[in-house]
Design a protein. Structure first.
Length: 211
């Protein structure tokens, strides 16, 4: 942590439980943050509980790089945290949800481990000469006996995105959270494609493109 501070890389893995008065509900709040210098990187990103893309709630403008990139609010999320030193990687994937606290009691945040990888190896320089591969590749992890450990299939692409993030110099953008309307546009485009092929509108495809 001292070395990260010296490199001016700040990432915040905490997930908090927040109450929305207007909607009368609780949500989870996470801060996508981090970045890299040549030698090392640290990044915390967020996606849906099953690895699906998740839109940010707020994307603050900042003069500081390798720090805050976006804030997410959702009832269930997954956090992906990665640390890189040279070609060695540490990975932690956690799933977070809200559980009822019983009558009259405040709900609680429950977290479960999805994947923990130690000393993963990726003998490529994604900062410079192998930069073109960043975003399409992830470290390989092994168990104590030297057997390969497979990433959960639903989280392969998010982990690839985070691998790129811990190699992103002077990072100033979110690598995992997406624009609030980008998924809606994608869903709408897919619905129009179905219409073009089948000649008819799928159920509620255009009325609710982001559903």
């Amino acid at each position: 942590m001292k070395r990260l501070g010296e490199a001016s890389i700040r990432s915040i893995p905490d997930v908090s439980l927040e109450y929305q008065r207007t909607a009368n509900r609780y949500v989870l709040r996470g801060r996508e943050s981090g970045g890299a210098v040549n030698e090392l990187g640290h990044y915390v990103g967020f996606c849906g509980a099953e690895g699906e893309p998740l839109a940010w709630f707020l994307k603050p403008d900042s003069l500081t790089v390798n720090f805050d990139h976006a804030i997410v609010l959702a009832p269930a999320i997954a956090s992906i945290e990665m640390f890189r030193y040279e070609h060695t990687y540490e990975l932690l994937i956690m799933r977070h949800r809200i559980v009822e606290g019983g009558e009259g009691n405040r709900p609680k945040r429950a977290s479960e481990l999805v994947f923990r990888g130690w000393q993963g190896q990726l003998p490529l320089d994604l900062v410079t000469k192998d930069e073109a591969l960043a975003g399409s590749i992830a470290p390989e992890f092994f168990d104590r006996a030297g057997e390969p450990r497979q990433l959960p299939a639903r989280f392969v692409k998010p982990v690839q995105a985070i691998t790129k993030a811990v190699n992103c110099l002077k990072c100033s953008h979110a690598h995992l959270l997406i624009k609030p309307d980008s998924q809606a546009r994608k869903s709408g485009a897919e619905a129009l494609a179905v219409i073009a092929v089948n000649g008819k509108q799928p159920d509620d495809a255009l009325e609710h493109p982001a559903a």
